[in-house]
Design a protein around this ligand. Structure first.
Ligand SMILES: [Zn+2]
Length: 93
């Protein structure tokens, strides 16, 4: 079981959280201009890395807020927790 540090509530059991998948998926600015293949790519295609992965999580049994987590998919180690809208550590803008 993971212990996840909610930015607002502090460290809690993984059972209180829901993973929302890959973080930083931006909705296309002009969706009508996309081909069907590009739209399907936006909707369904996600990274599946072995190693560092940026994910969105919701504290569903707590404050119900969304935030982002940088987690290693091999070791499950959580390197960073950061709020939505913040730049993930180790990534320059
Ligand atoms: Zn919380």
């Amino acid at each position: 079981m993971l212990l996840i540090e909610c930015p607002w509530c502090g460290e809690r059991s993984q059972q209180e959280f829901t993973c929302g998948g890959e973080a930083h998926i931006a909705r296309p600015a002009a969706p009508d201009a996309l081909s069907d293949a590009d739209w399907a790519d936006y909707l369904f295609m996600r990274k599946n890395p072995k190693g560092r992965h940026l994910e969105q999580w919701c504290h569903t049994a707590g404050c119900r807020r969304w935030f982002n987590v940088a987690r290693d998919t091999v070791s499950y180690e959580i390197a960073h927790v950061y709020k939505v809208g913040e730049t993930p550590p180790g990534v320059s803008e």
